[in-house]
Design a protein around this ligand. Structure first.
Ligand code: C2E
Ligand code: MG
Ligand code: MG
Length: 763
């Protein structure tokens, strides 16, 4: 608008200039005076005279152009005290002729008392009399400033939410998180304090959980959760409750705790949960009107971070509970029992007082399960749990180990006598019947007791449980419904087992295992039809050990798997070698024993197939002997294993038949090729009428099911004659050959002396 020539601008000239433009019909003056800016020309200095100011000044500052021109001090008086210095700092002659004076920003007070932000952009030039005059434009930038401040505030708020979120992820403990949230949120400008309220169990009150620590003394830590409190309203409606000014608030009454520090404005939002709300987060200011709708997103975001963290924590807790508790009875499970026991043992090291545990197993539980059904069994277990609890001290731990087994931890015992007395008390829990489906059932329990004295050998939780378990087995053997204290003798036995287990781990690597073989003889021809492989342990100190000394230990410790693989591979390799040694003879079978645990193992069929492939044995010549108890347990995985093995083509033999309780009638459900009558029946042949009759029935039934029958443990001619009379197919026993080392078999094979000459074919 100014002449680019270096002309000075006294106000009469400006007027003149504008008049000239107006006269040319182009209403520039009109334009200048309608721009949303203030155009001015003012002499330098705090009290410099205002020569021209466009009339918009009235719109923006409330004072007319006339007032400005009349009152040179007006401008500087309207400067905001904070910005005065910046603004007056410009009033220096240094700026004369400087084209690039940077615009400055300052606040001014309007006539109405409001604050506006001005951007002042001007150049200082001398007029023809040498007076320095500012020619400038003032822009009202209040809106931009407000937006900037809002942005700044939003950024600060976001930072708080982000820090809170980070904090929540680092440590889920609600208590500490709430404290952290209260202090983080009150860092935001204008927020005096933030509080977190948890809704009480009854839903009627909100309890202060964090915030206002300094103020809370004297004032109540609770407020009503009803609508008359602003927090209650937020909880009730789920919508934020804003109090612009408590002095004018009519909907809510002010909680006393807020009065303590003089809250003037408040905002409350709900902290929601998945199933029910957790409570309320509210923020307070001492400045009226501080909170409005614009603050809701921030406070709600903080509340949501808390809600998520609480939810996560609750889920963690629930998971932890599930991991450590038995779902049927709600009791701690074995895992948490072991934890608690370990903890108690550690404490006992310091205190020196003994720790006792009881291992309790219900008697004949299987009977209830089988006869009344699983739901009855479950009902019984659920009823047992509170009974046990009721007979113990509050500090004692009762856990369910699984099935019908319970563990009880007695912290701080006087002596073993006290443990026995407590076991008796627990046993008395079973003197009353348990009503199941409206019928009273009497149930008893066998209890094993183990006590750890801190002076004793290093003991850990698992060992103590093992001791108590062993004692419980003694109680069962002793006729059930009793308790047995684990004693020194049992301990010695247990120690021996541990020792054997330790040594057995090395026996495989050190090649200490060997196989002996017992021939199986055809009762029709006297010829050898197969060899049963029986494992032995050539112990470096104890000599040759029978399986009875180590197989059950191998089963308990899981060593049976590598041991079993070794036996199978060795026996198959040897059988193939012997076949090759006599290419013209009919190949005989080799039988390998499997224990129940091996059969239950998922990998068994794959292992067997692999061994067949590696050794090159024809699967029809491999027999796997499985003891009858596998069927009694009727485990689904065992049955699947049997099916898979039979698919491979190996022959399955049911060993020790007659010792389990499996009924002959069930036999056709399983893919067995042969059954082996247990030695105890063979022993009775020709002596005991009844058992001889049973053997006869077994052989008849086997025949009907097309199963081969083998008799084991044949020691004399009488037994042999009876077996032949009853039509038994094969037999083994000391009468023919005892189990013998590999080398002996090889020699006898070479000599053709492995069969039995006492049987003449056809007779
Ligand atoms: P089993 O399979 O019933 O084996 C028969 C047992 O009776 C063998 O005892 C055998 O030596 C013995 N015996 C054979 N004939 C007579 C006889 O005329 N009179 C008497 N009194 N006994 C006789 P051993 O070798 O001590 O095996 C005992 C058990 O150990 C076996 O019973 C079998 O269940 C298990 N076993 C043996 N080797 C293995 C193996 O490699 N793996 C697995 N899992 N178990 C095995
Ligand atoms: Mg056998
Ligand atoms: Mg047997």
């Amino acid at each position: 608008m100014r002449d680019p020539g270096d002309k000075n601008w006294p106000d009469h000239e400006v007027d003149e200039f504008l008049d000239q433009i107006a006269a040319r019909g182009e209403d520039y003056r009109h334009l200048v005076e309608r721009l949303p800016v203030i155009v001015y020309a003012a002499e330098l200095g705090e009290l410099g005279k205002w020569r021209y100011v466009s009339p918009q000044v009235e719109e923006i500052l409330g004072y007319t152009a006339e007032e400005f021109k009349r009152d040179p001090g007006l401008w500087s008086r309207l400067l905001h005290p904070h910005d005065r210095e910046v603004a007056l700092d410009m009033e220096k002659e240094d700026w004369i002729g400087e084209r690039n004076t940077s615009p400055i920003e300052y606040r001014m007070q309007t006539r109405a008392g409001e604050t506006v932000w001005m951007l002042d952009e001007a150049v200082l030039e001398k007029d023809d009399k040498g007076v320095p005059v500012w020619h400038g434009v003032l822009y009202d930038i209040s809106e931009r400033k407000l937006a900037e401040a809002e942005l700044q505030r939003a950024l600060a708020q976001q930072a708080v939410v982000a820090r809170l979120g980070e904090r929540a992820l680092k440590d889920g403990d609600p208590e500490q998180l709430m404290e952290a949230a209260a202090s983080l949120i009150s860092e935001v400008e204008g927020i005096h304090s933030a509080c977190i309220w948890e809704v009480g169990r009854d839903g009627r009150r909100l309890h202060l959980r964090a915030g206002l620590d300094a103020e809370v003394i004297g004032a109540g830590r609770r407020v009503s959760a009803a609508r008359d409190s602003h927090a209650g309203a937020a909880l009730d409606s789920g919508a934020p409750a804003i109090v612009r000014d408590w002095a004018e608030e009519e909907r809510f009454t002010m909680p006393p705790i807020l009065r303590v520090f003089g809250a003037t404005s408040s905002l409350a939002v709900m902290i929601d949960g998945k199933d029910h709300p957790f409570g309320v987060l509210d923020v307070h200011a001492t400045e009226a009107g501080r909170f409005g709708a614009k603050d809701v997103p921030f406070v709600q975001a903080a509340a949501n971070v808390l809600a998520d963290a609480f939810e996560r924590h609750a889920a963690d807790q629930a998971l932890r509970h599930r991991v450590l508790h038995d779902s049927l009875t709600g009791l701690p499970n074995r895992l948490s029992f072991v934890d608690a026991l370990g903890e108690a043992l550690r404490r006992a090291e310091g205190s020196g007082s003994p720790i006792g545990i009881l291992f309790l197993d219900l008697d004949h539980f299987k009977l209830i399960n089988d006869s009344l059904g699983h739901h009855a069994g479950d009902a019984l277990l659920r009823a047992v749990a509170p009974r046990l609890r009721g007979h113990l001290r509050p500090g004692d731990v009762v856990a369910r180990f699984g099935g019908d087994e319970f563990g009880i931890l007695i912290d701080r015992l006087a002596d073993e006598g006290e443990a026995i007395a407590i076991a008796d008390r627990v046993a008395s829990a079973f003197t009353q019947p348990f009503p199941i489906d409206g019928v009273d059932h009497f149930v008893s329990a066998s209890i094993g007791i183990a006590v750890a004295r801190s002076s004793e050998r290093a003991i850990n939780a698992e060992l103590l449980i093992r001791d108590a378990d062993a004692a419980m087995y003694r109680a069962k053997e002793g006729g059930r419904a009793r308790s047995v204290l684990f004693d020194a003798e049992m301990r010695a036995g247990a120690m021996r087992r541990l020792e054997v287990e330790r040594e057995l781990r090395h026996a495989l690597d050190r090649d200490e295992l060997v196989l002996h073989y017992q021939p199986v003889v055809s009762l029709r021809t006297g010829e050898i039809s197969g060899l049963e492989a029986l494992v032995r342990w050539q112990h470096p100190e104890r000599g040759l050990l029978d399986p009875a000394e180590f197989v059950s230990i191998a089963e308990d410790s899981g060593l049976i798997e590598p041991l079993g693989r070794w036996v199978q591979e060795r026996a198959c390799r040897q059988a193939v070698e012997w076949h090759q040694q006599r290419p013209d003879a009919r190949p005989f079978d080799v039988a390998v024993n499997l224990s129940a645990r091996q059969v239950a193992h998922r990998d068994l069929p794959a292992t067997v197939a692999e061994i067949i492939a590696r050794t090159g044995i024809d699967p029809v010549h491999l027999r796997l002997e499985i003891t009858e108890s596998v069927l009694v347990e009727e485990s689904a995985s065992a049955i699947a294993s049997l099916e898979a093995l039979s698919e491979i083509g190996v022959r399955l033999v049911l060993d020790d038949f007659g010792t389990g309780y499996s009924s002959l009638a069930y036999l056709n459900r399983y893919p067995f090729h042969a059954l082996k009558i247990d030695r105890s029946f063979v022993d009775a042949l020709g002596i005991e009428q009844e058992r001889t009759a049973i053997v006869e029935a077994i052989i008849g039934m086997a025949r009907a099911l097309s199963l081969e029958v083998i008799a084991e443990g044949v020691e004399n001619e009488v037994q042999l004659a009876e077996l032949r009379r009853l039509g038994c197919d094969y037999a083994q026993g000391h009468l023919f050959h005892a189990a013998m080392p590999e080398a002996s078999v090889t020699r006898l094979l070479r000599e053709g002396a492995l069969g039995y000459s006492g049987i003449v074919p056809g007779r």
